[in-house]
Ligand binder design. Structure first.
Ligand code: HEC
Length: 101
């Protein structure tokens, strides 16, 4: 009897190796400002982390902070973001999550 239970357990474990149902990941939806090319920000900044990182930096960050942050994502973390898109993203962040200058 014991043997049968054991092999059933192995069979069950084997079945789990194949993902047969969607894996649920916690997803947090942050209410980001939906203008000023938000879609470019979403396309480039959501691949590695949620917007929580962006919103948790506090208000009134200046342009040099956001420029440095976007550069850091590209240089250190290898985010594949074009120069053109970087500029759009920096403008969005400064305007909506910075001091506006
Ligand atoms: C290639 C993956 C990747 C992409 C794409 C990416 N990030 Fe990050 N980001 C990271 C990693 C890794 C961290 C550091 C996480 C940690 O320290 O816990 C981070 C951290 C941050 C932080 C926290 C502050 C800091 O300096 O660590 C901010 C703000 C941030 N990212 C903004 C952005 C923005 C804006 C974009 C879009 C331009 C972006 N990220 C795209 C990987 C990425």
């Amino acid at each position: 009897m014991k043997k049968i239970i054991l092999s059933a357990a192995i069979a069950a474990t084997g079945a789990f190796a194949q993902v047969d149902k969607p894996i649920e990941m916690p997803y947090y939806d942050y209410p980001m400002v939906q203008k000023d090319h938000y879609e470019v920000v979403a396309a480039n900044c959501l691949t590695c982390h949620s917007f929580g990182y962006v919103l948790n930096q506090g208000k009134h960050r200046n342009r040099s902070y956001w420029t440095g942050t976007v550069r850091k994502m590209v240089d250190e973390f290898k985010a594949p973001i074009s120069k053109e898109d970087s500029q759009i993203i920096i403008n969005y962040l400064v305007k909506n999550y910075g001091d506006g200058k």
